[in-house]
Design a protein around this ligand. Structure first.
Ligand code: DAH
Length: 339
């Protein structure tokens, strides 16, 4: 029996050393020390031993059991270490590896400039108003005091959808909708798309963008208009910008004017950008015509106001020295990605 015990011990040593993982190791524990394990089964035969042999074999059996147990324990920690290293090895992060780049888009140059314009006016207390791109002739022309024979009404200039429905040619109809739907004081800007039946070239597109402005209150004067637009120009083009108001004609304002800013490229001395004049035209404006106020149910004896309208595409072209409006709408990433 002594030999058998020592044989079990030797066998278990070889087995336990060969174990590659904790699972295998546990199988060997069961094989030798389990309820039906080799050592357990052998010890069942102890009853047949003589009373002299029994304590000697009993002692040896206990030693063999403890030896196997400590072998198991030892190998368990070796395997655990090995597994830990293997895991760490496989989880290694190569910090020098180039990452998968997720390309995030960005705003279109027109949107960027529009955002600047909006934030300047929002800073002055204006709200944003919106109106439909498909408009009635009434809102786009009649209510804006446009004479029946105004050339812009012509079929060759305007996209008509029906006799009395068109694609708006300007953002000015939003003035009408705002005045009819709310009471003064009114202070809004209205950005949006406009449409005119123009031939496409470097400076014309049948679809373009405007920002309309409207202020109605008691005691609004031309001084308020000039101060507002001068402040706006200085914020958009730089603090040294000068403004010039030239008389002009718009049916919905009286008096009407156009505003030029001193050329922000040459500072006013004359260059290619300002065609040598030192000035660049940026918008149309004026004091809201009494006929327009009346049409919208606002008493011109009590209230007055000013309005203005500017082309976002033109201003963006100026600001970024872009010489072809078509670049905005062709979606060529080589152009768009520059902003
Ligand atoms: N609607 C004009 C245009 O398309 C721009 C404009 C001029 C708007 C004067 C205004 C204004 O509100 O007062 O040319």
């Amino acid at each position: 029996m002594k030999e058998q015990l020592l044989e079990i011990l030797e066998k278990s040593k070889i087995d336990i050393k060969s174990a590659e993982n904790l699972n295998q190791l546990d199988q060997f524990r069961v094989k030798y020390l389990g309820k039906k394990g080799e050592l357990t089964l052998l010890l069942r035969g102890m009853g047949k031993l003589s009373s002299e042999e029994r304590p000697v074999i009993g002692k040896l059996a206990n030693e063999v059991r403890t030896d196997i147990e400590s072998l198991l324990e030892e190998n368990k920690s070796v395997i655990k270490e090995k597994e830990k290293f293997a895991r760490l090895e496989s989880e290694v992060i190569d910090v020098t590896m180039s990452r998968k780049t997720k390309k995030v888009g960005h705003k279109h140059p027109l949107t960027l400039v529009l955002d600047e314009i909006k934030s300047i006016f929002i800073g002055m207390g204006y709200k944003i108003a919106e109106g439909p791109e498909v408009e009635t002739v009434y809102h786009n022309f009649d209510a804006l005091n446009a004479p029946k024979d105004h050339p812009s009404r012509d079929f060759s200039d305007t996209f008509y959808i029906a006799n009395d429905i068109l694609l708006r040619t300007q953002t000015s109809p939003v003035q009408i909708r705002t005045m009819k739907n709310s009471k003064p004081p009114i202070r809004i800007i209205s950005p949006g798309r406009c449409f005119r039946s123009d031939e496409i070239d470097a400076t014309h597109s049948p679809m373009f963008h405007q920002v309309e402005g409207l202020v109605i209150d008691k005691n609004i004067t031309m001084g308020d208009l000039k101060g507002t637009l001068d402040t706006f120009a200085k914020r958009l083009f730089g603090i040294n910008t000068k403004t010039k108001f030239r008389p002009h004609y718009f049916p919905f304002t009286e008096p009407s004017g156009e505003v030029d800013v001193s050329c922000f490229k040459c500072g006013g001395s004359g260059c290619r950008m300002c065609k040598g004049s030192g000035w660049i035209e940026i918008l149309g404006c004026g004091m809201v015509h009494p006929n327009v106020l009346e049409e919208c149910g606002i008493d011109p004896e009590i209230y007055s106001g000013f309005a203005f309208g500017m082309g976002v595409d033109r201003i963006t072209m100026m600001k970024h020295e872009i010489d072809d409006i078509r670049l905005f709408f062709e979606n060529d990433m080589r152009f768009i990605d520059q902003f």
